[in-house]
Design a binder for this molecule. Structure first.
Ligand SMILES: Cc1cc2nc3c(=O)[nH]c(=O)nc-3n(C[C@H](O)[C@H](O)[C@H](O)COP(=O)(O)OP(=O)(O)OC[C@H]3O[C@@H](n4cnc5c(N)ncnc54)[C@H](O)[C@@H]3O)c2cc1C
Length: 299
């Protein structure tokens, strides 16, 4: 069973289904990038996240080994030789059993609580320059962050625009060295508290501060809080790492037998391409484990 039908889960399902394993994907249908117009930076695809998903599902429908259903996995526990999972569906709660479980549940991305940010999330308020920088290149843009990592992120944005503003929304927590590097790169710093974001037709127009003049900007990059969107890992007794990620080896094997993880849920660097690659890699490991284990049991 695969919990999560985003790029990681569907990619793993493709590998497992083609390896003739019976696969059930349970998906709540809330992928991280659902608000975005396009998937930026994915080879061979420059359309929306929904179009990518449609194409993936069409491909999976051709495999008699794979089923994808809507539902939310609520609980899971290890049982002799497998896992049991409680899944909420419109018709009620289903209790399902599987020999192995892949957690491909992604992450929740929560933008900072700046009034106006939520409605612009994925449209003018972004978290990743590599995903959305291209679309706002050479425009006036801003980074909302502070400290050494804020300085680094603001400097990174200079790769896309000469007009970068660092909004620290309070004490900047910058070292003298950071300040010098930012000044040398032409990055301005505003330390006043951000009061709100103003927009027109879901496009940022300006950042308004509690004091001083507003700044006209076309995009604001932020550092969202990332959390697991579901309690499944916790219910299984998996301890998350300091970044709220599910620890696993390179092939996605967690500390629990028969439980794997792929995609954002366990990734330090996150993108659709990485999630697809991770799903594929973990799908290969799972299929090999399942096939070889079964042969060993029958020996
Ligand atoms: C606003 C935004 C824009 C982005 N833009 C880009 C971009 O342009 N290019 C790019 O490469 N990357 C982009 N990313 C990153 C990219 O979206 C993620 O790296 C990628 O979606 C991760 O894939 P995933 O399959 O691991 O998780 P997701 O795509 O998040 O899919 C996880 C799925 O699991 C489901 N799920 C969760 N819990 C449960 C449960 N308990 N039961 C059943 N289902 C469950 C969710 O509903 C969801 O459908 C963006 C991210 C954000 C937040």
């Amino acid at each position: 069973m695969i919990v999560g039908g985003g790029p990681a889960g569907l990619s793993a399902a493709l590998v497992l289904g083609r390896a003739r394993r019976r696969v059930l994907v349970v998906d709540a249908g809330r992928p991280a990038n659902r608000v975005s117009r396009v998937v930026g930076g994915l080879l061979g695809h420059s359309d929306s996240p929904a179009a990518l998903r449609r194409n993936g599902l069409r491909q999976l429908r051709e495999l008699p080994t794979v089923d994808v259903i809507e539902g939310e996995a609520l609980d899971a526990k290890l049982e002799d030789g497998g896992v049991s999972v409680a899944v909420a569906r419109p018709s009620g709660v289903w209790n399902l059993r599987a020999r192995a479980l892949l957690l491909a549940n992604g992450l929740n991305y929560e933008p900072p609580a700046i009034p106006g940010a939520e409605s612009l999330w994925g449209r003018s308020v972004f978290h990743c320059a590599f995903c959305d920088g291209w679309e706002v290149a050479d425009r006036p843009i801003a980074m909302h962050a502070r400290g050494a990592s804020g300085a680094r992120l603001a400097l990174l944005l200079r790769g896309w625009s000469d007009d970068v503003l660092l909004c620290t929304d309070g004490p900047d927590e910058l070292s003298d060295d950071d300040r010098e590097r930012l000044a040398a790169a032409g990055v301005r710093i505003r330390t006043e508290r951000v009061a709100r974001l103003e927009s027109r037709r879901r496009r940022l127009t300006q950042i308004v501060f509690e004091e001083g003049e507003p700044e006209a900007r076309d995009a604001l990059f932020v550092r969202p809080r990332r959390t697991q969107p579901s309690e499944i890992a916790e219910r299984l007794g998996i301890e998350l790492d300091d970044h709220e990620l599910i620890p696993a080896d390179q092939s996605g094997r967690t500390e629990l037998p028969g439980v794997y993880v792929a995609g954002d849920a366990s990734a330090e660097v996150r993108s659709v391409a990485i999630a697809i690659g991770s799903g594929s890699r973990v799908g290969i490991a799972m299929a090999a484990d399942l096939i070889v284990d079964r042969l060993a049991t029958h020996a």
